[in-house]
Write a protein that binds this ligand. Sequence first.
Ligand code: FAD
Length: 430
Amino acid sequence: MTPPEAPSPVPHVVVVGGGFGGLAAVKALRRVPVRITLIDRRNFHLFQPLLYEVATATLSPADITEPLRTLVKSRGNCRVLMGEVTRVDVEEQRIILRAEQISYDYLVLATGFRNHYRGNDAWAPLAPGLKTIEDSLEIRARFLRAFEQAEWELDESRRREMLTFIVVGAGSTGMELAGALSETVRRVMNHDFRTVRPEEARIILVEMSAQVLPGLPPNLAERARKQIEDLGVEVRTEARLTELNGDGAAIDGKRFPRATVFWAAGVRGTRVAEDLGAPLDRAGRVVVDPDCTVPGRREVFVIGDLARFEQDGRVVTGVAPAAIQMARHAARCIRRDLDGKSRKPFEYFDKGMAATIGRSAAVARAGRVQVSGFPAWVVWVVLHLIYLVGFRNRVSVAVQWFTAWVLGKKGVRLIGEPWVPATDGSEEIT
Ligand SMILES: Cc1cc2nc3c(=O)[nH]c(=O)nc-3n(C[C@H](O)[C@H](O)[C@H](O)COP(=O)(O)OP(=O)(O)OC[C@H]3O[C@@H](n4cnc5c(N)ncnc54)[C@H](O)[C@@H]3O)c2cc1C
């Protein structure tokens, strides 16, 4: 079935994915004489950089999402369809959803990454990653549930085991998550429980390479490590998660019974990339031509996290500004085609990066300038408020941050489903 639409001589651009890349493409095409169909399996845009704040009970899902229809309603040339693209047929120039198919003149593929467990797929249900709203709610529930369970436990050593949290991967996602978990324990949970004491909780950050934040210059990474250790996180570099099952986990063979594990150690390009007939790199990203198109397919752009683009011998990192710049470039190429002009190659402008480690702690780099600590944290706060989509979200997030960081209150400590403590009724709880 093809969704009904009147036949039209105007070129049809299908944009798949309403993340940073897809949304920027729709915006950049607003004055280009094309019809746009934006397709996403969700009906909302998700601001992934703040997912860890939902996972650690500072923000609600509504604070970091915005309906796609709201975001594009003033774009007269764009219709939004909710659906999951299962296949791309580049020969016939059409995308295939579950039961429908849509033809395109141009395709802009911006479906991003998914969690990847590096050959250990059985770990997926045991160690949620942090890519979707569901992931963040699952992490929040497991974190809070461990405390609820420990509150029932009278044996201190078992309580300590139950309150051991292992974050795998010390890239920016793992650092942010581990730092925020540690702060939540020390600033919020310590007021809430009678049996559990905050010092019984242990946050362990495991990284297989020699430094945290592997993409950063070593001196800046070392400062980040110091800051996160000051927050009480145990950092283990050149270490691996070697075992994970329903009873706990092991790091380089050392067992941590009853530990809760979160995954921030790997992502991979979404599956549709495999249909394009283009070379993929080890992370499943499409190796694109200088104009961000699939080799030999001028009409198929791949942008954002899903694209592997090399500039000056270095791969452009999967960050929001890169996705946005590629989207704008794709729109410029389409316009130049329609104007009968030749395309120009994409040039990425690296604005730098900022990673937060906790309240008032962060590292940031812009060109050769490096900052850490409170100034970097202010940069991080301002940047995230600027990039966050939607005025309502900006106000709401600013209020939640004030409440959490100044008043020490995290209001979203909700566990979605009811839970029965694991006791056989033989112990008397006094
Ligand atoms: C926890 C976390 C923290 C981050 N922090 C930062 C940060 O601080 N700064 C920064 O710059 N970047 C950060 N990033 C990276 C940034 O979020 C990504 O680089 C950016 O989202 C990439 O944009 P994209 O459009 O390529 O993909 P995405 O934003 O991931 O969007 C992909 C979209 O495609 C949709 N989709 C996927 N498959 C299908 C399908 N088959 N059919 C239909 N729709 C589909 C998804 O629902 C989604 O809406 C972070 C990422 C994560 C996960």
